[in-house]
Structure formats: C-alpha cells, structure tokens
Design a protein around this ligand. Structure first.
Ligand code: FRU
Length: 903
C-alpha cells in the first residue's frame, strides 16, 4: 500500500515538474510608465523596447499609458510599486508633478530608470536620454545657413512650456544664435508637443511673412506650421522650418519630402533603455546618466534613413516571424524535452520497480527455499517419529502378545488346579485340611480372575471386546452377583446389604461384562472394609438412567489418587492388585455408553456409582440379543444343584473321543469323563481320525493347539467327511480370541469351551448335546414306525445330516420291496464303507442300517395292513420280506402283536 502511494506521488511530481518549461529560472517584470502613446515618437520607443525584450526569455513587460495626464501617471506608477515589479521605467509627462512618485518608486527599493523628460531629483537609478540643450544648440547652429542678415526674426513653436526638453531646446537654440551674434526677434507659439494644439495656435499668428525661420520643438508641430503657412498663400510657404525628433512615420518623411527643411534626431532609444534595465536586474553597474546623441537630418539623410528604417522594419518583421517560428520550435523543443524527461523518469521508475520486483522475487525464492528445507526437515522428523512409533507399537504388541500367550498358558495348569481342588473340597468336607484347601481354591480363583482380567484388557485394547446385550431382570441379576460374596461377608462379619429403590425390573446389559464390573467393585469393597464394617449394593433410578451403587465404610481412597483411579496399571500405594480391575470397570461401563464415578473420604468409606442408560436405543442392532438372559456364567454353582447332581450321577452308554496332546490335561480329563462315559483318547487330530475309522464314537472333545493336526483341522475333516459329519464336536482351548472361537464354530464345531473350565460344566454340556441327539433319534424312530418318514423329512430341512438321512431313506424307499437287496449295495450307492454306514446310521437313528431297513419295511407293511386291500402274505412279499412267516416274526418283535392281530 505504501509502495503504491509512493509511486502515485512520484508520478504526480513528475507531471508537475514537466508542466514548468524552465524550472528554477526567475522571470523579471519590468513596468513601463509612458506619459502618452498617441504619437509616433513614443510608439517607436515602445516598439524598440518590445523588440529588445524578445532577446530575453526571462522578461515580462507591463506597459502603462498615462494619456498625457500627470495624475493618471502618478496612479499608474503607484500601482506598479504595489505589484512589486522588478524595475520601473518612467517617461514623465511633466517634471515637477511626477518627481515625488519617481522618488517613491526608487525609495521602495525598485530600481527606477527615467527616460526622455527629466524629474527634479537625483533619486533614480539611471537616466537615459539625449541632451536637449545640445539639440537646441545644434538647431541654432544649423539655422545660421538660413539667416544671412544680422537681425533675424524667429517663430519658435514650443513644446509644453513646463517640460524640461522644451526649456532646454529653447535655451540651446537661443545660445547658438547669440553666439553667432545674431540679433534675434522671436515669437513664441505654445504647441504643447501636439500637432493639433500647434496648428490651432499657429493660425493665430499675424504677419507670418516677417519670420525668417521657424524652430519647432518637435516634428509634428513643425508639420503643423508648414501646413498653416502653405494655406496662407503668401511667401510664408518659403520660410524654412526646423523640427526635432526625426522619427520614421512622422518627421523623417516630412524632411524627405521637403515639408520640413531639417530635423534633429532625438533618439527614442527604447532598446538602450531596456538593455540598461536588464543590466540593472542582472546586477551590473550602470552609469547614473546615459547620454544619447543627436545629429541633424537633412533631406538626403532623411531619405536614406527612411530607406534604412523600412529595411529595418522589414528585418524586424522577419525577425519577429523567426522569433515566432523559434518560439514554436522552442515550445516543441520544450515539449520534447519534457517528454524525454518523463520518459527518463519513467525508465528510472521502471528500473527501480524491476529492481524491486527482482528483490521481492529473490526474497520469495529464498523464503520458499527456507520453507522447503524446513518442511523437508519436519517431514524427515515425522517419518522418523512414525517409524519409531511403529517400532514401539510393534515391540509393545509383541510384549502384549507374549503377555497374552503366557496368560493363556497359565490357564491350562489352573484348570488342573481348580478342577481337582473342587473334587478334593467336596470329598474332604469333614477334613481338618478343608480351610487350607479353601484358601487354595480362593487364591486359585483369584489368580484366574486376574488372568481373565488381563485377557479382557487385551481384548479391549485390540478392540475385540464385543458386546452381547440381553434384557435381564436387573434386580435378580444384582442379587445373584451380590450372593457371590455372601459367605465372605459372613466370615468377616460385614453387614452386607442389597437395597433396591427402583420400580423398573428389566434392563439391557451384557451380563458377562456387568457381572465383571460388579464383582470387581464388590471385591474391592471387601478388600478395603474392615471386620464389622458394612457394604451396600444399591439400585436407584432417574428418568432415563439406572444407577448401581457399591458403598462401603472402608479405609477410603486418598483424594490425590481419585483422578487416576480408573487409569490402567494405576495402583495406589499400599493397595494390592494389578491396576487393571478398575480400568476394566470403566471400559466395560463405557462400552454400555454409561459412566462410572467414585466418591471417597479417607477413613470414612467409598461409593462407586455406575450409571447406565435405560432402554436399548443406544446399542447398535447387531449387539442386541432377543433372548432373555436367565443364568450367569461366573461359577457353576448357579446351576440347579439337584439337576446337576442327577445328570452327573449317571453312567452314559456313549463313547467320547478325547483329543488332547498335553498328557496331564488328557489324563485329568479322561479320569473326569470316565466317571460318566466311555472314553477313547487320541494325541492329535490325525490319531483321532484313524480311531474314528474303526471305533464307534458319539462325540469328539478336542483341544485346538496340537501337533500334526490341530483341533480346527480335525473339526473341518470330520464335518466334510460324510462318514463322520454327523458327530458333534466340542473344541476345548486356552485361546480366548473371539476370532478363533468364530473360526472354530464356523468350521462346524457344536461347542467351543474355554480353559480353564469346570469339569462339571463341560460334562453337562456333553450330556446336553448327547440328549439332543437322542431326542432326534427317538423322533425319527417314531416317524419310522408310523411309516411316514418321507413326508416328515423334507429335502430342504436344513443341515447336512438331515439331507444325508433323507437321501438314505429315499434309497430305502426305492429298494425295500426287493428281498434280495442288501446293505453292501446300499453302502455302495451312498458312497460309504459298510462300517462307516453302519456307524453313521446307528448314530443318527439309533439303529443299524439292517434294522432300519427291516423297520422301514414293517412300517410300510403296517400302513398297507391298515388299508385292508391286500392279504398279509401279499403285504409280506410287497414289502420285501422273503416269507410271510419271517414277516410275522419280525412284526411281532417290533409291534408286540402279529400282523393278523394288528389287522
Ligand atoms: C513626443 C515628444 C517629442 C519630443 C519629446 C520631448 O511626445 O513631444 O516630439 O521630442 O516628446 O519630450
């Protein structure tokens, strides 16, 4: 902005300067006060001044015409003084009246030149003029040639009597005649320097013929005399007349044409006056009196002068024209000069601007370079940071993975501790070692809790913790969780209460996570509450939230620890624990879009408040489960004791194939399972498949991580082989990674059980699976008996096993009328070995393929008997029995009555 302003100012200055043609050169103003301008003499003087002025380009003239009036002249001189002209030239009208104003001009500091007529003072700078006495004297001398006699009669035509030239010319003239010893008789005629006045007064003169000569103070009055004399028609026209001035355009012509006998040059000298003025203005010294010289002008001289004057006039005209041309050229030169000046200035400006632009450009380039360098350094630094970060992340991930793996590994031995411990505790309820065993159990469970928390932390950290939200009876749920600590409260005589201040009873939560939250908060409360203290689990509600409060009157938490309480790995001084528990509490609650807060006072107690939103609009659809959650998974003791005992007290006929590479776990599990089932063992998947080829197995229980063939691969092989695909598979592993669970389940495993597991829970799951199978088989047999199997097993009834069964039954349907058809043929058609077909059909239907075919024939026969269309013998052959007797025998075995009785 400042730069633009500067440029504009510069341009303005440029145009201003270019407007002045000669900057710095002073112009002089010269004021000229002329007493009159209506006669040739004065006009000649002014013309000469003007011509002279053209030689100076620093000069201006102001010309004033006083019109033969003293007062006017005085006023005009004063005006020039007021204008502060540089110099005043005064040509006075009358000497006396003008003297004062001439002095005034001089005293005001303006150089003053007096010309022609005089003033009665010496207060002027210079006087320029001829000596009028000398002129009169020369005229007197010249007159002698016309005055032969001693006694002469002269007619003198005076200029203004009071003017100095008139008096001086008269005096000079008389003195010359006197010197010539003439006896002069003269008559005076007043002409006032003017043709008009002289002519009038001359007409009044009597006896003009008596005069020998006329001396006129100027040519104009001389001409008037000639004209008056000529008009008289006497010898008067012969009287010689002398005049003064001899200026072209007046007296000079009169001399040349003989009207005047001679004239005496009275120089106008305008050029001399102006040159003197310029000298003064330029500081040069000039004489006080500059005398102009006169000479007599006779007829010949006059003619020559006229010629010369004309010549001069023509020169002057040409000079003036040339001057005009010169002015024009000068004007153009000035214009070009100014233009050149502007161009030069613009060029300088352009150069300056270019330099400026280059400079700015250079600065920008330098700045850009610096910026690029800075950016490059920052980018390098960022890249280093990123790679450092990646390295840190990689190392951290490795450490955490190691940590997770170790935790998983710890679960297996824990299984082997907690399982047998449970057994021992129930077997040694009367023993004196029971307190020790209980202590061991408590600590093993604590260890398990810590490990589980670590794994949960890892899941949260890797974003694998997925919610499964159910609608639960929140009051029952809280009471249930509260009950885990009942016995502890009893032992430590802690007043342990549950308060429900809510009207609401069902609520949407992930029971597993909120159970962990409450267990954590309650176990914390128990940890820091002394014997005889109190702990309260309280439920409250607001319009859109419920609050679960865990309060205690324990030791309290120091205020400085409160802000960090939910940070992971934060452990407060003097407090045990890994520092994960409360962090998980916060994470789990936040997964529910809830909040957890704490209030505590040292020595008074602590209150944790979990606030959860009502309804389920804040959960995405995919985490919502429509099933109402009824049981908790924390400990097996929540199951109905009596049912559990009844189920686990039985011996089952089914064979379980246990696949486990760890000797100790395998032995322990084998021992556990053998209490209820037949057990076959294999060390890996490969061995298991070999066993399946030979043995009759109802369920496979397999570890996942095994050499040679792992559990996932085993499961995949079983489920894709039609010989075994009907067998249920339970995968058992220490890996709790959800993705692995999904992988196991999508590979076809019926169950996926995490170590450590409660053997009872595992066995109950096995029993439930086997019972399910049994129910299916019973249903199938019932359908078979009723002979409507084909109708009830539609092709699209999902599951590969149903499809297989359907295919099998269709085959039976096609061949059952053929008494020669045997099972070998059937196994060929279905693409299974006889043994596999046998075991598969046995497993799926509970009967052997041969029995199944026979029962199918009997079912069909029963249907036909009901129709009363055919005889029993016909029906026997129609349904593929080799003889009616064999048919009757088989029928009686299955239906308990003979076909005839049935009919
Ligand atoms: C012009 C004039 C001249 C004369 C001079 C004297 O006005 O009358 O003819 O010589 O003045 O001042």
């Amino acid at each position: 902005m400042t730069r633009t302003k500067g440029i504009l100012f510069f341009l303005f200055l440029l145009f201003f300067l270019s407007g002045c043609s000669s900057p710095g050169k002073k112009k002089y103003v010269v004021g000229i006060s002329q007493c009159m301008l209506d006669d040739a003499w004065r006009q000649a003087m002014i013309r000469e001044m003007k011509i002279e002025a053209t030689y100076y380009d620093d000069l201006d003239l102001i010309i004033k015409d006083a019109n033969s009036n003293n007062d006017t002249q005085i006023e005009q001189i004063r005006e020039l003084i007021r204008q502060k002209v540089d110099l005043i030239i005064i040509s006075p009208f009358q000497s006396e009246p003008i003297t004062a104003v001439a002095e005034e001009a001089y005293r005001s500091g303006i150089p003053t030149i007096i010309t022609d007529r005089k003033v009665n003072t010496d207060q002027y700078t210079s006087f320029v003029g001829a000596d009028n006495y000398d002129i009169g004297y020369a005229a007197g001398k010249y007159a002698e040639r016309y005055l032969s006699s001693q006694k002469v009669s002269i007619l003198e035509v005076w200029g203004m009597i009071s003017s100095s030239p008139a008096q001086e010319r008269h005096q000079g003239f008389m003195d010359a005649l006197k010197q010539a010893k003439k006896e002069v008789v003269s008559q005076k005629v007043e002409g006032d320097w003017l043709y008009r006045v002289a002519r009038k007064n001359l007409k009044e003169v009597q006896q003009v013929e008596q005069f020998d000569l006329v001396f006129s103070h100027n040519d104009m009055m001389a001409i008037a005399a000639r004209e008056v004399f000529d008009s008289l028609d006497t010898r008067a026209s012969k009287i010689p007349i002398l005049g003064v001035d001899a200026v072209p355009g007046a007296g000079l012509e009169a001399v040349a044409d003989g009207r005047i006998n001679a004239s005496f040059m009275y120089p106008t000298a305008g050029d001399v006056v102006l040159r003197t003025a310029m000298k003064i203005l330029h500081g040069e010294k000039v004489p006080k009196e500059i005398k102009l010289y006169s000479s007599v002008v006779g007829i010949d001289f006059a003619k020559a002068m006229i010629q010369q004057s004309n010549q001069l006039l023509s020169y002057q005209t040409r000079i003036e024209q040339q001057k005009k041309t010169l002015d024009r050229l000068l004007h153009r030169f000035n214009f070009l000069q100014n233009s050149l000046f502007i161009i030069l200035v613009l060029m300088v400006l352009l150069i300056l601007l270019s330099v400026n632009v280059f400079y700015i450009n250079w600065k920008i380039r330098r700045k850009n370079k610096e910026l690029r360098e800075k950016n490059r350094k920052e980018e390098e630094q960022r890249r280093k940071l990123v790679s450092l970060n990646a390295e840190i992340e990689r190392v951290t991930a490795q450490q955490l993975q190691f940590f997770t793996n170790v935790s998983h590994e710890l679960r297996t031995p824990l299984t082997l501790i907690i399982g047998p411990l449970d057994h021992l505790i129930s077997a040694m309820s009367e023993s004196s070692h029971l307190p020790d065993l209980l202590l061991m159990q408590k600590n093993a469970n604590r260890l398990l809790l810590e490990i589980n928390q670590l794994l949960d932390f890892r899941k949260i950290d890797t974003g694998q913790m997925n919610l499964r939200v159910h609608e639960v009876n929140i009051v029952a749920f809280c009471q249930e969780v509260k009950s885990y600590f009942e016995s502890m409260a009893r032992v430590r005589r802690i007043e342990y209460v549950f308060e429900n201040r809510m009207a609401l009873d069902t609520f949407w939560i992930d029971t597993d996570l909120i159970e962990k939250v409450l267990v954590n908060l309650l176990s914390n409360a128990f940890k820091y509450t002394a014997e005889g203290g109190w702990i309260r689990l309280r439920l409250e509600e607001t319009t859109d939230q419920i609050q679960i409060l865990v309060e205690d009157d324990g030791t309290g938490i120091p205020p400085e620890a409160l802000p960090y309480l939910f940070d992971y790995f934060f452990t407060e001084k003097n407090r045990a624990g890994s520092g994960i528990g409360l962090h998980l509490v916060k994470e789990f609650v936040e997964l529910h879009h809830g909040t957890v807060s704490v209030e505590s006072e040292l020595g008074k107690g602590t209150t944790f408040t979990v606030s959860l939103q009502k309804g389920h609009a804040h959960f995405p659809d995919e985490v919502l489960s429509k099933q109402m959650e009824t049981s908790l998974s924390y400990v097996p003791s929540q199951l109905d004791d009596s049912t559990e005992k009844a189920l686990l007290g039985q011996q089952y006929d089914e064979t379980i194939l246990l696949v486990e590479d760890d000797d100790e776990v395998r032995t322990y599990l084998q021992k556990e399972l053998q209490e209820n089932f037949h057990v076959l063992t294999a060390l890996n998947g490969k061995e298991a498949l070999e066993l399946l080829d030979e043995k009759e197995v109802s369920l496979i229980l397999s570890d996942v991580m095994m050499p040679q063939m792992n559990g996932f691969e085993l499961c995949r092989q079983i489920k894709t082989n039609v010989s075994f695909s009907h067998l249920p598979v339970i995968l058992l592993t220490a890996l709790s990674d959800e993705r692995q669970q999904h992988f196991g389940l999508s590979g076809g495993a019926e169950e996926y059980i995490q170590k450590p597991f409660y053997p009872a829970l595992l066995k109950l799951k096995i029993i439930r699976l086997l019972e399910e199978r049994k129910r299916l088989r019973a249903h199938l047999l019932q359908e078979l008996h009723q002979g409507n199997l084909l109708l009830t097993v539609p092709e699209k009834a999902g599951g590969p096993e149903n499809l297989f069964l359907h295919k099998f039954i269709r085959q039976i349907e096609e061949i059952y009328t053929d008494p020669d058809y045997n099972i070998e043929k059937l196994s060929d058609t279905l693409g299974l070995s006889r043994g596999h077909l046998y075991r598969k059909i046995k497993e799926l239907t509970g009967t052997t393929p041969v029995d199944f075919l026979r029962n199918y024939r009997l079912g069909k026969a029963a249907q036909l008997i009901r129709q009363h269309t055919y005889s029993i013998s016909e029906i026997a052959y129609m349904t593929g029995f080799s003889s009616p007797a064999y048919f009757s025998k088989c029928f009686k075995i299955v239906y308990g009555i003979t076909p005839t009785e049935f009919q």
